[in-house]
Design a binder for this molecule. Sequence first.
Ligand code: AMP
Length: 505
Amino acid sequence: MTSYLYERLTQTAPSDDKIVIETPNGRILTYGDLRKESARFANLLVSLGVAPGDRVAVQIEKSPDAILVYLACLRTGAIFLPLNPAYTTVETEYYLGDGRPTVFICDPAAFERILPVTASINVAHVETLGNDEDGSFARKAKCHSVDFDDVQRGPDDLAAILYTSGTTGRSKGAMLSHGNLASNAATLKDFWRLTSDDILIHALPVYHTHGLFVAVNTMLMAGGSMHFLPGFNAELILSLMSRSTVLMGVPTFYTRLLQNAALTPTATSNMRMFISGSAPLWAETHQEWQARTGHQILERYGMTETNMNTSNPCEGDRIAGTVGIPLPGISVRVVDPETGVALPPGEVGMLEVKGPNVFAGYWQMPEKTASEFSLDGFFMTGDLGRINERGYIHIVGRAKDLVITGGFNVYPIEIESEIDALPGVAESAVIGVPHADFGEGVTAIVVPKKGASIDEARVLSALQGRLAKFKLPKRVLFTDELPRNAMGKVQKAMLRQTYADLYKA
Ligand code: AMP
């Protein structure tokens, strides 16, 4: 029997002794190990009573074992449900209560803390797995066979539930099918020309769509190898470049690498591709990267619910400030957010997406799912953007971040780009804050460059004449750092909360 996604991820696997994952502390996993060790984990899951369709929740530090658990879930027909290890006990309780897993695998250090929670929601088995092949799950798996007869799963069966990052509102479980993940991995592998010669520097977390599906699924399908780093480390990444070909990162990876003097054309000469996504990559970062290394960063766009939707091309123009063109087989359109009517090129509206990549709905939320799809089956992404005459897509922001001031729509990115270009500014975030007169007051939160002398009056006078009057910030405030989640997204909801009383008398 075959498990649809597992079969597709491993069908081009090169010889058993080819390295698939290598860690900085010297752990090496070959394609043969991947098959055998995931079989042990699959046998253990079955012995714990896991049946097809059951959820297996995993909240552990990044390690090759996290990938083995994922593959074991695919092989047993279980639904993989990864959780960010940074969640508090209260947050974890919400996810476990919502996902109702049969097995919960946590970090050994979290075991005592989590037991009252798992007991209260009747999780049948709680196991531990450390990042050094330790923990009850690793220990028990050693007694199991390296052979496993995969459970039959088809393209419509669920492979994973990933909770949305929840930067706005409560996190929802996105149900991703074997077919969704297999089709997107195949599309990206072809579009980015990934082959078994590619070696990826993997420094992303593996509980999120970017590090798990975009990175791991595509590399497995290509039969390539990965340097598996516990997290972002500029020196380590730079030192690995001479033995690697691809880096996938969030924009902060690139801005931080640019601060390192060791980033040179020679350091990057073995690299084939630098890919960015999950948050906007500033056009300046793109240009600076090209000037420093000779490489153009390839930006792509997607989300937990849809996998990847668009990408700049491998060959052809990679245009700074755009997320590229729709991937083959995926339709992207821009509609009026009020009427749902499709808009002509150049006009800003809500991005909608349709294709085999689009998820099966939100876990146990049929009404919410139905409300996020148009009548003709397009998923409403909640992102605002426009498509230019050449078919390239520009993301303008999240619909929920749109500021409406005195009846005018203001797209934060337009103001942020102007402010970021000012001397002495490291970065900025523009938000709408409740304002008695205007409904919302455009408010800029600015991070100055180290040692720069910049103040509110100087920012405001620089913006005069460059932006229409209604777009000008009512206030410009300064901070040392913008709040970001693990994927580098600025948490605007948090900023709006912090500054909620700014215009109250
Ligand atoms: P997540 O579900 O955590 O992957 O977040 C998806 C959201 O990240 C999208 O809806 C976009 O708002 C944002 N996003 C992803 N990639 C990009 C990109 N290249 N440029 C701008 N925003 C992006």
